[in-house]
Design a protein around this ligand. Structure first.
Ligand SMILES: Cc1ncc(C[n+]2csc(CCOP(=O)(O)OP(=O)(O)O)c2C)c(N)n1
Ligand SMILES: [Mg+2]
Length: 521
């Protein structure tokens, strides 16, 4: 058996039968004559390849497979790999390399690949012998899954034809113990019972159906507000639930104010605390104790907490909901979503009007992929996640995620309607993803909020930044040039008409659609 045949068996065994790729000559020995049970998905840039693989992995909760071309391919993908790591998306990444037999001569396309992706991969390897490649791919699958990030295997192009003799250095399967240790639950129960006014903070690490169910039961028993972490990548609690208090502020002063009056903060699937702009002062008031529950060791280890419990948030919430006594409401949370309003007479169309019109029409199970920097707070206020996987964003803030990730999500979960809400500037970092969306029939609705520039940057610089606006860029035209259907929309009535036409069919839509909406910053 060749290394290639053995590797294909590993891919099949682990469900890695969709290959997101941008190939080059060093990958041809692997790809030429690919068996028909493996599906090849071309991205026209490696940021798009990895972004699609990331959306796919998040939507399925299983590792996905990306194939990249030596230094140029891996280099182009580094930002997207970093996003995958911070988004905790498990990825197996195969990187092609020149032929081992003359690597020492540094031939054309020889890659100095080691360390190129920095500290972002959870694991990386160039197998010592060709025969170790299948085992390395199997190990990468386990490393990606348990480490929740990209695991990289570099494969010299002559390895695929080599003999695969010997056993792989990886188990066929790894079973992870579920459940939660009793003493950890005891410690949390003791903290909760000695608190007068607890509050729950949820984060991206609590975005799964079991965690949501446990958190709802827990919040109802505690009668306390539930806040979503600031700048989180995913929603950790149903945002239409009466206990939902909103998104925490990203600076220390407002954070202290939001949490004032609580003597215990219980953070579930969130670090303590996710911040954006630096502000001096404490994170919480002096007497407030803090506990964090997460299955991410990094998140636990960098949290300013009195107690960190490393365990599945879902298992801990279920156990806590059984154990804690029922309380009366401690504090009332912030209340429901504000009603939508069209622009007043003569008022220009703004992002809020578009988002409100969308909010009125989107189905409960929609996946909203966000990348709209200047209107993100409005999006949070208006488009509330009502089902797990209802909200997705780039955890680290690197632009170029939303377009390809939305494609990956839709390909992985054709049962879920997918809407990407994207700034015009953001759309240009991975615009090629629109071609893949059209080619592979990912029926995503892309709502581009075209304000002609980097509005958030203009705001931060007090309007004095040296960057020009780019209202001469035609995003809908670019989309059409990439074979993706696109319409330019001006004015509130046209926006509403477009949503009324498109949104009801989102669940079954196969063609993507770009709505390029002109808005005032
Ligand atoms: C890859 C990358 N490059 C640059 C930035 C810095 N950045 C953050 S927001 C932003 C502007 C985004 O513009 P747009 O998508 O049009 O949103 P708007 O601010 O206009 O709402 C830029 C350039 C980034 N986050 N990621
Ligand atoms: Mg813009």
């Amino acid at each position: 058996m060749t290394v290639r045949e053995a590797a294909l068996e590993v891919l099949r065994r682990h469900g890695l039968t969709t290959i997101f790729a941008n190939p080059g000559s060093t990958e041809v020995p692997f790809l030429a004559g690919l068996p028909s049970d493996l599906r090849f998905v071309l991205g026209l840039h490696e940021g798009t390849v990895v972004g699609m693989a990331t959306g796919w992995a998040i939507a399925r909760g299983e590792p996905s497979l990306a194939l990249l071309h030596t230094t140029a391919g891996l280099g182009n993908a580094v930002g997207a790999l970093a996003t995958a790591r911070v988004n905790r998306a498990p990825l197996v990444v195969l990187v092609g390399q020149q032929d081992r037999r003359h690597l020492a001569f540094e031939p054309f396309l020889a890659g100095k690949l080691e360390g190129l992706a920095g500290r972002y991969p959870v694991w990386s390897d160039q197998p010592a012998r060709p025969a170790d490649v299948p085992g390395a791919i199997a190990r990468a699958w386990h490393e990606a899954r348990d480490g929740r990030g990209p695991a990289i295997v570099t494969v010299p192009m002559d390895d695929w034809a080599a003999d695969a003799a010997g056993e792989p250095a990886a188990p066929r399967s790894v079973l992870r113990a579920g459940g939660v240790n009793g003493s950890a639950v005891d410690a949390l129960v003791a903290m909760l019972e000695s608190a007068d006014a607890p509050v729950v903070v949820v984060g991206a690490g609590a975005d799964d159906p079991a965690a949501w169910a446990g958190l709802v039961r827990l919040a109802e028993r505690l009668g306390c507000p539930v806040w979503q972490e600031a700048f989180g990548a995913r929603a950790g609690f149903p945002q239409d639930h009466p206990r939902f208090a909103g998104h925490l502020p990203a600076g220390r002063g407002a954070l202290r104010t939001a949490l004032a009056g609580h003597d215990l903060v219980l953070a579930i699937g969130a670090p303590v605390f996710r911040q954006y702009e630096y502000e001096p002062g404490r994170l919480v008031d002096g007497g407030t104790r803090v506990a964090v529950v997460t299955d991410d060791p990094d998140e636990a280890h960098r949290s300013a907490a009195d107690l960190a419990v490393l365990a599945s948030p879902a298992a801990v919430c279920a156990a806590l909901a059984e154990r804690v006594g029922e309380r009366d409401d401690v504090l009332s949370p912030a209340g429901g979503a504000p009603a939508a309003s069209p622009p007043a007479d003569g008022e220009p169309l703004r992002a809020t009007h578009v988002l409100a019109a969308l909010a009125d029409r989107l189905p409960r199970d929609v996946v909203v992929v966000e990348e709209t920097p200047s209107s993100r707070p409005d999006l949070h206020r208006l488009l509330r996640a009502r089902e797990p996987l209802g909200f997705l964003s780039a955890a680290m803030g690197g632009l170029g995620f939303a377009l390809p990730a939305a494609v990956g999500v839709r390909l992985a979960r054709p049962d879920r309607p997918v809407v990407a809400v994207v700034g015009d500037g953001s759309s240009l970092y991975a615009i090629q993803a629109l071609w893949s969306a059209a080619r592979y029939r990912a029926g995503v609705l892309f709502v581009i909020l075209s304000n002609g520039g980097y509005a958030i940057m203009d705001r931060l610089a007090g309007g004095r930044g040296p960057w020009p606006s780019f209202d001469d860029v035609d995003v809908a035209g670019l989309a059409r040039a990439l074979a993706c259907p696109a319409v330019s929309v001006d004015g509130y009535d046209d926006v509403v008409a477009a949503f009324d036409e498109v949104v009801p069919g989102l669940a079954t839509r196969e063609d993507p659609l770009v709505l390029d909406v002109s808005v005032q910053p």
